[in-house]
Design a protein around this ligand. Structure first.
Ligand SMILES: Nc1ncnc2c1ncn2[C@@H]1O[C@H](COP(=O)(O)OP(=O)(O)OP(=O)(O)O)[C@@H](O)[C@H]1O
Ligand code: SF4
Ligand SMILES: [Mg+2]
Length: 414
């Protein structure tokens, strides 16, 4: 973060703001439309599908990610949404070099970082950090919070020499709204929301420019989801971070995203500004996902059109020919089986100024407003989100009243 973590009073004040209700759409923020800090081109990840225990025989290929492209501008948030198994986490892991792509390129500030190694990779990895989905399993239960947050300094001592680490970690705790005195406590002494704050502090330790957050709130109680999203929003403003924010739920992504990409079976099927995606969706899959978004306002709910998708998501080992969505699409025609739709502005919208003119991989793209915009202004937990307090309780307590389970394993955040 191109700012250090000093100024605790300021941070504490900001921490209070983090508990305020969510702001609405961030469209038109200065960051949106800026120079890309990250360019992802035709990213592919195929896993071998094997059979046999002793002698493994490859019987197929899981096409987890199959040609994903997007840009991320400095300071902006790209939301990535899609059903389970569509390849979101695999994209995230490739961005932070936890997985090596089968093909394609990831450029950071114009430099292809896809196949870097050694010192060059280490330098880049510092700038792209990850926040993991499950704060119950992603923090090592045997390490203190101070050791967890400070662990990246073992690999990058240049960021915080030994004598400064304790203070740095305490600053980070403060920045994420936790009491710096709890540096010696263990993860089980914190609630789920607080543990995710610890995971976020760890992600911030090396002053990154980009944070890839893989479903950072989906394991949390609905009542604290909005607080963690607000915290991320506040940290972005404070440190100029760019986010790739992954979620199942379009309603959560809307509050933090400048742009949103919708994934289906290893590919992005529609991508645009949050206004374009939420108010002018043109891809049938996006329209179906939107029709399932919770609409708190009863009047808006009445006008929401429900689209029920039939059938399961096909296996990524054997995706349908042509358009991958065709087996569940109510508009599918013969062309959909024969021809892969490209992710581009559909011809019908090319000459218009309409917000419907954004990238959509559908041969028969049509604008359909599924939910009235006013119906999307809230997210689950927003109004109930005033209850989480800092870790003011004693050790071993579920300090903010959440009842998250104890950590089940020793898996650590990478
Ligand atoms: N190491 C692996 N070996 C084989 N297949 C894998 C591996 N990792 C992921 N997959 C498969 O790749 C596909 C995409 O997985 P991924 O975890 O990226 O999906 P996701 O969108 O993150 O899903 P979820 O919402 O459930 O987290 C799935 O079918 C998954 O089973
Ligand atoms: S290309 Fe055809 S099957 Fe695919 S989303 Fe469009 S209409 Fe549906
Ligand atoms: Mg995932």
């Amino acid at each position: 973060m191109h700012a250090d973590h000093s100024g605790r009073e300021e941070a504490r004040e900001e921490g209070e703001k983090a508990r305020a209700p969510l702001a609405t759409s961030r469209a038109g923020s200065a960051a949106a439309g800026g120079e890309p800090i990250l360019e992802v081109r035709d990213l592919v990840k195929h896993y071998p599908l094997t059979q046999g225990i002793v002698i493994k025989k490859q019987i197929g290929t899981v096409k987890a990610v199959d040609g994903v492209s997007f840009d991320l501008a400095a300071g902006e948030t790209l939301g990535i949404v899609g059903e389970s198994g569509c390849g979101k986490s695999t994209v995230a892991k490739m961005l932070v070099h936890l997985e090596q792509p089968t093909a394609g390129a990831i450029k950071y500030k114009g430099e292809d970082i896809t196949r870097l190694s050694g010192r060059a990779l280490k330098a880049v990895r510092r700038n792209i950090q990850m926040v993991f989905q499950d704060p119950y399993t992603s923090l090592n239960p045997r390490m203190t919070v101070g050791d967890i947050i400070g662990e990246p300094y073992e690999i990058h001592p240049e960021v915080a020499p030994k004598g400064e680490r304790r203070r740095k970690v305490q600053d980070l705790l403060d920045v994420v709204g936790l009491n710096p005195e709890y540096i010696n406590r263990y993860p089980h002494q914190f609630s789920g929301g607080q543990r995710q704050r610890i995971g976020i502090a760890r992600g911030l330790a090396l002053n990154p420019e980009i944070i890839v957050a893989d479903e950072p709130v989906s394991a949390l109680d609905v009542s604290v989801q909005a607080q963690v999203v607000n915290l991320l929003d506040r940290l972005q403003a404070e440190f100029g971070l760019a986010y790739v924010f992954i979620a199942h739920d379009l309603s959560i992504v809307r509050h933090i995203s400048d742009r949103v990409g919708v994934m289906y079976l290893g590919r992005i099927v529609e991508i645009g500004s949050d206004e374009q995606i939420y108010e002018h969706p043109t891809h049938p899959y996006t329209q179906a996902l939107l029709s399932a978004v919770p609409v708190p306002d009863p009047a808006a709910r009445e006008h929401r059109e429900r689209i029920i998708l039939h059938g399961d998501v096909p296996s990524p080992a054997n995706p349908p020919s042509g358009c991958r969505f065709r087996t569940r699409c109510w508009k599918a025609q013969e062309r959909c089986e024969l021809e892969v739709p490209l992710l581009a502005v559909p011809a019908v919208f090319r000459l218009t100024e309409s917000p419907a003119g954004h990238d959509s991989a559908c041969h028969f793209a049509e604008e359909k407003q599924v939910v009235p915009p006013e119906g999307l202004l809230e997210m689950p937990g927003e109004t109930a989100g005033e209850t989480e307090t800092e870790a003011e309780g004693g050790p071993s307590q579920d300090v903010d009243g959440e009842n998250g389970p104890a950590p089940s394993g020793s898996t650590r955040a990478g």
